[in-house]
Design a protein around this ligand. Structure first.
Ligand code: BES
Ligand code: MN
Ligand code: ZN
Length: 519
């Protein structure tokens, strides 16, 4: 579904002819929890003649983060509805934390499905913090309004459609930095929404050839350079890992490469992004239990995030070279499937002993990583729904990061800045020792099938395929990529779009480091 139209307004919110006006609401812990309208709500509060907070309190509002309270305005202001979103305790600085605003805005825009036009009169300060605060509000609104189009054959009577136009109140709607935040947020949110769409697609509708075609179609006209390797080309090219996983499916594997080269930059820094694109993971011959297996349609979330990030990169035009590698295969059990015990020669020549065909992600990623390193790169960020161990150790919201320590810290900081938390994990020697093979260079998992350090085994394995001198991190998003629970904040059900915004923050960060090179 298309993204809502977004515009800035700087006229009095009390006079906006929209279906609903959103204001922020704080609680004041020092005043016994008394409510306080957030900055931006002044004229609305004035129109209610001092009765706004008492009425909201009467309706049960407490100002807790993400709480939504709707109030009919009965002619006090132009809009028929005021909607208060809780923003937590009164902030000490000029505005609440960006993530509080991002979540609150997401929650309120989600709750306003069914309204066509909504104005947001939230606290956008008139100072140096303004761009970050505005960014959070815009992203939260655009992501919270996401809905997967789905496959229903009939229109749903009474279904409330997502908000179609958003007006965001700012001190000065003509301000250049504010206007560029609007275009950036539209690009970033479009990438996150594209990722969600691909993840939410049913697996029969997005097998590797169709997924590759969809990515190529999305990249058309963006200026990205595109290369697609099909099954025969992968075989001929020595991509043993991708071929092994892909050979069990009637829909062959693909490796999609998308490249962005900055104009007018000599010898730019190079970033490679690699994503796991298992369009469905049955486990293969080491088949998974039936319960919940359908969620393995999300096992291509890493590739979706990389592909969508590349679309955003093409639009944002950073001063560094960025290349995306999407390793696509369908992991099926069949008469042609790879099997436990197989020894596979990978793209970099290493030989891997397969012990469990359900550890397929690392097989396809190893080849894509090795290819990225052969092409040449300074940084390599790889993301995948790699292990159930990630969910066990860090839960559904915090990604596991493995790689060289400095790069892991960089990923953690980038994730924190955008509300996609990620936590560095070690790559212990004893885990590598446990993966020794008697007959090949390495086993794909622990040789005695010991699940200890499960998530770390994935990172340790992938390290074998990263070239010397490349700053790298592996981001395991098995939990964070897919929201199997209820919507919350700007996270809707299903695909979340993690870690697209982390990637974009990393690219900004690296581009800022090499900014003096741009000429
Ligand atoms: N795609 C799964 C990991 C996964 C689990 C993603 C839960 C999202 C939610 C992966 O391919 C897998 O099957 N991993 C195995 C590895 C094991 C066989 C070494 C796992 O986690 O059990
Ligand atoms: Mn698997
Ligand atoms: Zn998998």
């Amino acid at each position: 579904m298309t993204q809502p139209r977004l515009s800035l307004v700087d006229t009095d919110p009390a006079e906006l002819a929209v279906d609903a006006i959103v204001i922020g609401l704080h609680s004041q812990p020092d005043e016994g929890g008394a409510l306080l309208p957030a900055a931006g709500a002044e004229s609305i509060a004035a129109a209610f003649d001092g009765k706004l907070t008492s009425t909201l309190a009467l309706l049960g509002a407490t100002g807790s983060p993400g709480e939504v309270t709707k109030l009919a305005t009965l002619g006090t202001i132009t809009a028929p509805l005021v909607v208060a979103v809780g923003l937590g305790d009164e902030p000490s600085g000029s505005a609440p934390a960006p993530e509080t605003l991002r979540r609150g805005t997401g929650a309120v825009v989600r709750a306003l499905a069914g309204s066509e036009t909504v104005a947001l009169a939230l606290p956008v300060p008139d100072d140096a913090d303004a761009p970050g605060v505005l960014r959070a509000i815009l992203e939260g609104a655009l992501l919270g309004s996401y809905r997967f189009a789905g496959y229903k054959t009939k229109p749903q009577p009474g279904r409330r459609e997502p908000v179609s136009a958003l007006q965001v109140h700012v001190p000065d709607a003509a301000d250049e930095p504010a206007r560029s935040e609007v275009s950036r947020a539209s690009i970033v949110a479009a990438a996150v929404r594209q990722t969600r769409d691909w993840v939410n697609a049913s697996p029969n509708n997005l097998r590797p050839p169709a997924f590759a075609d969809a990515v190529v179609a999305a990249a058309e006209g963006t200026g990205l350079q595109v290369e697609v390797l099909d099954f025969d080309e992968l075989k001929a090219g020595g991509y043993g890992g991708i071929v092994a996983v892909g050979q069990g499916s009637a829909a062959g594997p693909r490796l999609v490469k998308l490249s962005y080269t900055p104009a007018g930059v000599t010898d730019p820094k190079r970033v490679a992004l690699v994503g796991k694109g298992i369009t469905f993971d049955t486990g293969g011959i080491s088949i998974k239990p039936a319960a919940g297996m359908w969620e393995m349609k999300s096992d291509m979330a890493g590739a979706a995030a990389v592909g969508a990030t590349m679309l955003a990169v093409a639009a944002l035009e950073p001063g560094i070279a960025v290349t995306g590698y999407l390793a696509m295969a369908e992991n099926m059990p069949s008469g042609t499937a790879y099997r436990p015990g197989d020894v596979i020669t990978m793209f970099n020549g290493k030989r891997v002993e397969v012990l469990n065909t359900d550890a397929e992600g690392r097989m396809v990623l190893a080849d894509a990583i090795a290819r990225a390193c052969q092409d040449g790169t300074d940084y390599l960020f790889e993301t995948s729904t790699l292990t159930g161990g990630q969910v066990i150790s860090l839960g559904k919201r915090i990604a596991g990061v493995m790689g060289d320590p400095a790069t892991c810290e960089r990923v953690k900081a980038a994730g924190e800045s955008v509300g996609e938390p990620a936590w560095p994990m070690p790559l212990p020697d004893e885990v590598r020792k446990g993966m020794e093979s008697e007959i090949a260079d390495i086993c794909q998992t622990n040789s005695s099938m010991d699940r200890a350090g499960h998530m770390l085994q994935g990172g340790v394995f992938l390290r074998e395929f990263v070239a010397e001198g490349v700053d790298w991190a592996h981001i395991d998003v098995a939990g964070p990529a897919f929201n199997s629970g209820e919507p919350s904040g700007y996270l809707t059900k299903g695909g979340t779009g993690v870690p697209v915004r982390t990637f974009l923050a990393l690219i900004d960060d690296i581009a800022a480091d090499s900014a003096p090179l741009r000429g």
